[in-house]
Design a protein around this ligand. Structure first.
Ligand code: SF4
Length: 321
């Protein structure tokens, strides 16, 4: 059953030089309970897509057109009060990149979690603090640490506190934006395990944003490959790794080490992502694509359905090419 349905979404940033087309005609659907890895190089629009879904774009960002339906309700059309009261943090929540910057340094972490609860639910602060303690237990942090300030917690504990905060109002859809980037590999593995366990325990639907395919392989059931503001390929995890169809996905997976093929040469992707002030015409990957054809510079490829739940946008996959 579909929980999130993004249709033809455009989210742009206004700059003195013009609009940066960070998200352009994105279509994406997620089923309830799905764990989707949203993967791509830095600057490809992953975070912008997530912030657009949460309606948290910065002051110069805006949703230009498109629909974002959560359980059938187009949340783009909701007034800010309704969205803030009934959706943001309550139905859908966000684990921000870099817990150090996301937590307020001058308030105790428990108070910050309790505030999120009291704003959205009719409970007293005492009850909200008790919930914060339970949430700390759930994410594997000593409940007594709710009285700590952020600087008194380690990086891993802060990230777990962020996860606890995201769960504070029992959402059923969570976006985790690079939740382990700043952590060492051991703490990263522990944090991913916490996220996995909670997702299974509560049947959460999760969008995990990362540039690290190994994180997706460990944590997700499906994967969407994003490049220059477009979704290039979507499939289940196994297909993405074993049978990628899009040249960009193939390039990404070839740049990723395999523990089974210890002598495999890692290939970098030539060139750099395009400037989204003036993205390339046709397929946005064409300046870097080893399979580029004449049509690729002129026409944007449509999605081809390769099998159930496997879509890719590439002219190589269409009969006419
Ligand atoms: Fe390469 Fe053309 Fe396919 Fe784009 S549409 S990925 S340029 S072959």
């Amino acid at each position: 059953m579909t929980i999130l349905d993004v249709q033809d979404l455009k989210a742009y940033y206004s700059t003195l030089k013009g609009d940066v087309k960070a998200v352009d005609d994105v279509r994406l659907q997620m089923d309830r309970g799905e764990a989707l890895g949203l993967v791509g190089e830095s600057g490809c629009g992953k975070t912008t897509l997530a912030l657009a879904i949460m309606r948290l774009l910065p002051w110069n960002g805006r949703i230009v057109e498109g629909k974002i339906r959560l359980d059938g309700v187009d949340i783009v059309e909701l007034d800010e009060n309704t969205f803030d009261k009934d959706y943001r943090w309550k139905r859908m929540s966000y684990i921000f990149q870099g817990a150090m910057n996301a937590l307020n340094p001058v308030f105790k972490v428990g108070d910050q979690i309790a505030e999120a609860i009291t704003i959205h639910e009719d409970v007293e602060k005492k009850e909200a603090i008790e919930r914060a303690r339970e949430l700390f237990s759930l994410v594997g942090v000593d409940p007594d640490r709710v009285t700590s300030y952020p600087h008194e917690l380690s990086g891993g504990m802060k990230q777990r506190a962020m996860i606890a905060m995201a769960l504070a109002c029992n959402p059923d859809f969570i976006i985790a934006d690079e939740p382990t980037t700043a952590l060492d590999v051991i703490v990263q593995a522990q944090t991913l395990q916490v996220i996995n366990d909670l997702r299974n325990k509560f049947g959460l639907t999760m969008m995990l944003i990362t540039h690290d395919l190994s994180v997706v392989a460990q944590t997700c059931t499906t994967c969407a490959i994003m490049y220059a503001g477009n979704i290039m390929e979507y499939s289940d995890i196994e297909t993405i790794f074993k049978n990628p169809a899009h040249p960009y996905t193939k390039a990404l997976t070839s740049a990723f080490p395999s523990i089974k093929e210890d002598r495999r040469e890692l290939k970098s992707i030539a060139g750099v992502p395009p400037n989204l002030l003036n993205p390339p015409k046709g397929c946005r990957f064409h300046p870097r694509c080893p399979n580029r054809m004449d049509i690729c510079t002129k026409e944007k490829p449509e999605y081809t359905e390769l099998s159930e739940n496997h879509l890719a946008a590439c002219h190589l996959l269409t009969k006419e090419a």
